[in-house]
Design a protein around this ligand. Structure first.
Ligand code: SF4
Length: 141
């Protein structure tokens, strides 16, 4: 789920749907990344913090969420390293580091992709992230 101004109040419902649907293993979240012409969908820092609080509550309830709580503060503050050098996207013969959005000036500073935060913190040696990723991946992968 990419959380934005339209759907930000649906996090709980999405979590419970993921929990209750037989063929769904878990839900994974992202925040809207403000691509050109979509800035109005982006969340403020305070809204991101509220969303992370709800997601944390869902995790505490045992809802299957395939994300790392330890990365939430970095996602709220956009303080994780970007781009993710370990991720490559190949499309139409072009290889991009991290995502197809790598060429948009300044966008990485506002990246909302949880996987980018999780992986760059992991590869940066963040011990809490390493431990939580190990535990989470053993559970869902
Ligand atoms: S860090 Fe990666 S996914 Fe995020 S905006 Fe930059 S290129 Fe896109």
């Amino acid at each position: 789920m990419a959380v934005n101004q339209i759907n930000k109040d649906a996090i709980r419902d999405v979590c419970y749907t993921a929990r209750d649907m037989k063929n769904v293993r878990a839900v994974s979240f992202n925040f809207h990344t403000p691509y050109p012409d979509t800035r109005e969908l982006a969340l403020s820092k305070e809204e991101k913090a509220q969303c992370c609080e709800v997601i944390s509550q869902m995790m505490d309830e045992g809802v299957p969420v395939f994300n790392l709580k330890s990365a939430f503060p970095y996602l709220i503050n956009n303080s994780f390293p970007t781009p993710c050098a370990q991720c490559l996207v190949i499309e139409n013969g072009k290889i991009s580091v991290c995502g197809r959005c790598i060429d948009v000036p300044g966008l990485c500073d506002e990246c909302g992709y949880f996987f980018v935060a999780e992986y760059t913190l992991l590869f940066g040696g963040n011990l809490r992230v390493i431990f939580e990723m190990f535990r989470t991946y053993l559970k869902y992968v």
